[in-house]
Design a protein around this ligand. Structure first.
Ligand code: 5GP
Ligand code: MN
Length: 327
């Protein structure tokens, strides 16, 4: 472990030991790593005898409901609560926690800790522990456990395993390395059950979700000699198939499966006049830089941003920008 990382973890542990009342929050539209990290941080703090409330402003996908304590995540601020410390996990920047929660945190928490693995656009936090080389925030929480000499039990192992599993694309993306596999091997030894977790996370979709995917795949187009693939999801597709925006998480992975593709892009109409653009690259092209141009962010190989405009215009404008970017 680098001296810089060891120093951040020491600072973090000292702040945890000195305080009693914590809140932990994660980003809007939480994914597996966000949920795993919120639950993991709660389990760690409770093992240390602390009081903890956990928050995610948006509902999380139903495939994560099986995780221990998932039902204890609050969507709304507990207005009467008082905290000494707010810990934000997996939030690229402070605003990613959502408008309501960011205002709440600014009001109630005098001390803020950031634990994250995204490329930061605006660093924040009284303690700002960011490891862009970590596969996931859950991997960082594993390091925290080791520094605390806290052996993860089955519940903690399961939530951390789930975050690492989902953020590495089931151990396929370039952030999968020997250390990640060593960590998950320990977590499995402590009680995380890979087949049980994979069944919940990947094989528990609804019929509506599969129908929605079929519609989205019907909009696939290739550009720049098939180096770029795009697809879109408009509002009417949701009403057609009785599915929700949440159902479309993970669809972009189907796009990147084509051999010639360097960048996959999914355009999702989130409300009239705003388009969420998800991007995945196979590593050589830095899509976080593209996302940052439009106020978004993420990682080198997985990033997103939101652009106002009609789905049709945003899609054609953005494809033009990406073609110029890769040439
Ligand atoms: P997704 O395509 O799944 O929505 O997001 C891809 C990656 O970019 C995720 O790691 C996500 O946390 C990050 N991301 C998505 N939207 C934003 C944003 O508005 N700002 C920042 N900084 N990161 C984002
Ligand atoms: Mn993450």
């Amino acid at each position: 472990m680098s001296e810089q990382k060891a120093c951040k973890i020491r600072e973090l542990i000292s702040a945890i030991r000195k305080n009693e009342r914590f809140m932990v929050a994660t980003h809007v539209n939480p994914d597996g790593d966000a949920i795993g990290a919120v639950l993991g941080m709660k389990l760690i703090l409770e093992r240390l005898g602390k009081k903890v409330d956990i928050y995610a402003q948006d509902r999380f996908p139903p495939e994560f409901e099986f995780l221990p304590q998932a039902r204890t995540i609050h969507n709304k601020p507990l207005e009467s609560a008082e905290y000494e410390v707010a810990i934000l996990v997996d939030c690229g920047d402070f605003e990613r926690v959502g408008k309501e929660l960011s205002e709440f945190i600014s009001r109630v928490a005098p001390f803020v800790i950031n634990i994250d693995h995204h490329v930061p656009s605006k660093p924040f936090g009284d303690i700002d522990w960011v490891e862009t080389s970590a596969s996931s925030t859950c991997e960082m929480l594993y390091d925290l456990c080791m520094s605390l000499s806290l052996a993860p039990d089955a519940a903690l192992s399961s939530v951390l395993y789930t975050g690492i599993l989902t953020d590495t694309g089931s151990f396929r993306f370039s952030n999968t390395n020997r250390r990640v596999l060593e960590i998950v091997s320990v977590l499995v030894g402590m009680g995380a059950d890979p087949a049980h977790i994979a069944t919940h996370v990947y094989d528990s979709a609804t019929p509506e979700k599969l129908r929605l995917l079929a519609q989205v795949l019907g909009t696939v187009e290739f550009h720049a000699g098939s180096r770029i693939v795009t697809a879109e999801l408009n509002r009417s597709m949701f009403s057609d198939s009785a599915s929700s925006y949440m159902d479309s998480e993970g669809f972009i992975n189907h796009l990147r499966s084509v051999k010639s593709v360097d960048i996959a892009i999914l355009f999702r109409e989130i409300n009239n006049g705003l388009v969420h653009i998800s991007m995945r690259s196979k590593g050589d092209i830095n899509v976080a830089k593209l996302a940052q141009r439009h106020g978004g962010g993420g990682h080198r190989a997985a990033a997103a941003c939101r652009i106002p405009g009609s789905l049709h215009l945003v899609r054609s404008m953005f494809i033009g920008e990406v073609v110029r970017y890769i040439n």
